[in-house]
Each structure stands twice: as structure tokens, then as C-alpha cells.
Write a protein that binds this ligand. Structure first.
Ligand code: UD1
Ligand code: UDP
Length: 356
């Protein structure tokens, strides 16, 4: 088949790295980068380090309101899809790039394949939830990371299109985990940051937590009071805010860094004492690594991780975060809900069997 894959944001590059490699053994892939993430350390670094094929199209669309960004992507992706006329269009996850591509394709009667289908938070206040629901409902083929995700699709009448294949991010994680590590972590001014012997690893970029001073201040104060420094890899959208709060409140136990490459992120995860994040992907990686995680959001994204205190929800509240960080974890090491790290092969098996 000729498959047009659309990516645009950091987690999608990481997912594409695992699937493109395997997909291209049997299919022709046209790779389109919408441009949603564009800084070198949010985009190029992943293409280079993870040997992702060079995009055939780069649309250069980023920023603006959700509607504006999605609308511009929809217009340009429609043109590319018309020109390429693929047999299918493949998208990952839940970003604006995902939904724009799915809508462009379905209107042209191009079958849509959604990888990481069926996740639900249960609230339309979360912008990604809208993208997930719309994408799932216009897709022909739904690849779920877990049985729980498939059950959610069954409840929405989409069970006949759904296949459980494991988490594609687990494939990428295993590819980089336990390899020799040469850290290339830079502070906000581009100076190398030595990795402390003991540290906590944090990412935090969601609107709910980093879109105003109050929640981010609570989170940073909690981390600053811990028994080891926190490496906070800051998303560009909240760089200025994080820097200002750290300077204002003298939070010297926090190391603010630029976004790091994937290999660094995997190794920081494996070596951290604990992880604090609002990232969907990083909480799963913490789970794979057996490292305890505190997830700062009101909603569960990956219910499979919420066992034995391995992953716990916390409010952006100092006391709540510290309470959750002090809990002991009790998880059976044999519990592996995310597949075996061969999700890419499983997706290709299904593509061979089904008629789109
Ligand atoms: C998006 C996804 C979110 C995902 C995150 C992954 C949507 C609705 N949300 O959120 O699900 O968790 O990506 O990282 O698609 N910016 C830069 N440089 C970049 C990228 C972004 O400066 O390379 C700044 C821009 O000012 C931009 C802002 O960050 O306006 C927000 O970026 P955007 O892509 O809109 O959303 P994310 O918060 O990254
Ligand atoms: N990640 C990374 N560098 C960073 C922060 C995160 O490589 O500085 C990786 C992280 O290991 C995970 C993915 O990016 O694999 C998560 O992406 P993000 O948090 O941007 O999106 P989300 O998971 O919330 O969709």
C-alpha cells in the first residue's frame, strides 16, 4: 500500500520512529510533518537521533489558536492527500495534527488508520480528548495500546474496527533503554548540565499546570524541597514562566533544562529516583522502567499504570505532590500491560490481513 503518515508533535516523532522502520519493509510511506513542533530540540533532534526518514512534505504550520492551527493544517493536508492519493492515511495519538489529518482524509474517502486509539479521559475540557474522539470516529482501523482502550471503543460502537497491539512507544523505549548513555543535556542558555548522582526527573507543560503561575509555583516548590535536585526539561511554551518563578523564589534545587533528546529522556527516566510529569508518554516510560511516577492532572490517561502506587494522580498542590512522592510502590514485576515491544510488527500483521 501507499500510506501517508502525518506527524507534527514530539511524541508522534517518537512513535513514527518505531513504526516507519517496520512499515517501510512492506509499504511505501509518504511522511508529512505539519510543523506543529518546530524548535530543533522539539523536532530535528528526534529525526536525527532516531533515524526517522526525512519528511516528504513539511508544511510549516504552528502556533495560533486551536481552531486556526487545525484549520490551516486541514487545508494544506487536503492538498497533499489529493496530490499523493494514498491507499490509507496513518496518524498517531491526539494532537491537532492528528485530528486535522484524519478529517482531511475522511472527506476525500481515504481510509484513516489511528494508532493509539481508544484512550479517554472523560472530559471535553481537555483539548486532546476532542482530537481523540473525532479521530477515532472517522477512522477505518483503530490500533489500541491496551484492552481497556478497546473496551472504550466497544462502548462507543467502534469495537469492530479495533485491534489491541500494545503500545508503540514501548517499542521505541526498548530500542534505547539500557544502552550506553552520553548525556547531552543543556541549560536554558545552552551550557551542558552535568547529571547529578541522584535526581528526580520532571516534565510539565499542560495548560492546566503550566499555563499560569499558581499551579507551576506549587509544583516547583514541592520539587525544590526534595532530598535531591530535580531535572526539569522545560517545554518551550512555559520556558519564560518557569525561569521567572525559579529566579523569583530562589528554587536552587531545580535544574531547568532545554527539552532533551529521546535517548536522554529514556536514560533520565531509568536513572531517576522518581518522576513527576503531566505527560502521557513519560508516565508510561516511567512504568516500563519500574520507576515510580506522580502524574499531575485531574484525569487518568493510562489506567493500567495506576496500580500499587506505581503511578498516582496528584493535584498541582505542594502537600499532595509530596504525599504521593513519599508513598511506597508495590507492583508485581510480571505485570506488563503494554505488550511485548513488537507493536510495529503487530500493526503490520493486521494491515496484511484486513481489507481497508
Ligand atoms: C501539543 C499537544 C499535546 C502534547 C504536546 C506534546 C495539541 C492540542 N496538544 O501541545 O497533546 O502533549 O504537544 O509536547 O496538539 N512551541 C515552541 N516551539 C516548538 C513547539 C511549540 O515554541 O517547537 C510553543 C509555541 O508558542 C506554541 C506553544 O508552544 O504556540 C504550544 O505548542 P502547541 O503545539 O500548540 O501545543 P503543545 O502544548 O506543544
Ligand atoms: N521527551 C523527550 N524530551 C523531553 C521531554 C520529553 O524526549 O525533554 C519524551 C518523553 O520521553 C516521551 C515523550 O517525549 O517519550 C512525551 O512527549 P510529550 O510530553 O511532549 O507529549 P505527551 O506525552 O504529553 O503527548
Amino acid at each position: 500500500m501507499k500510506i501517508m503518515t502525518v506527524v507534527g508533535a514530539r511524541p508522534q516523532f517518537i512513535k513514527a520512529a518505531a513504526l516507519s522502520r517496520v512499515l517501510r519493509r512492506e509499504h511505501t510511506e509518504i511522511l508529512v510533518h505539519t510543523g506543529q513542533h518546530y524548535d530543533a530540540n522539539m523536532s530535528d533532534i528526534f529525526f536525527e537521533e532516531m533515524e526517522i526518514p526525512r519528511p516528504d512534505y513539511h508544511l510549516g504550520i504552528s502556533g495560533g489558536s486551536h481552531g486556526e492551527m487545525t484549520g490551516r493544517m486541514l487545508m494544506e493536508l487536503e492538498k497533499v492527500a489529493q496530490r499523493e492519493n494514498p491507499d490509507a492515511l496513518l496518524v498517531y495519538g491526539d494532537t491537532n495534527s492528528t485530528m486535522a489529518a484524519a478529517l482531511a482524509a475522511v472527506k476525500l474517502h481515504i481510509p484513516v488508520i489511528h494508532v493509539e486509539a481508544g484512550n479517554r479521559l472523560g472530559t471535553l475540557d481537555n483539548p486532546e480528548e476532542v482530537n481523540r474522539i473525532v479521530t477515532d470516529h472517522v477512522s477505518r482501523l483503530l490500533f489500541c495500546a491496551t484492552e481497556d482502550a478497546r473496551q472504550k471503543l466497544v462502548r462507543e460502537g467502534l469495537g469492530d474496527r479495533a485491534h489491541v497491539v500494545g503500545n508503540i512507544m514501548y517499542d521505541s523505549f526498548l530500542h534505547f533503554a539500557d544502552k550506553p548513555w552520553e548525556p547531552r543535556i543543556l541549560d536554558h542558555e545552552g551550557r551542558p548540565v552535568p547529571v547529578p548522582a541522584e535526581f528526580y526527573y520532571m516534565t510539565c507543560h499542560r495548560q492546566e499546570n503550566a499555563g499560569s503561575d499558581e499551579p507551576l509555583t506549587e509544583i516547583l516548590h514541592a520539587m525544590n524541597s526534595l532530598d535531591a535536585p530535580t531535572i526539569y526539561a522545560v517545554h518551550p511554551r512555559n520556558r519564560e514562566r518557569a525561569l521567572r518563578i525559579r529566579e523569583r523564589d530562589g528554587l536552587d534545587n531545580i535544574l531547568l533544562t532545554q527539552p532533551v533528546g529521546y535517548s536522554d529522556s529514556v536514560h533520565l527516566t531509568q536513572h531517576a529516583k522518581k518522576i513527576v510529569t503531566d505527560s502521557g508518554g513519560l508516565q508510561c516510560e516511567a512504568f516500563y522502567a519500574g520507576v515510580q511516577c506522580v502524574f499531575i492532572l485531574d484525569y487518568v490517561v493510562w489506567p493500567e499504570t495506576m496500580v500499587g502506587n506505581r503511578n498516582q494522580l496528584a493535584k498541582p498542590d505542594r502537600a499532595d505532590i509530596l504525599r504521593k512522592l513519599s508513598a511506597e510502590q508495590t507492583v508485581d514485576p510480571a505485570y506488563r500491560p503494554f505488550g511485548d515491544g513488537h507493536t510495529a510488527e503487530k500493526i503490520c500483521d493486521v494491515l496484511r490481513e484486513v481489507k481497508l
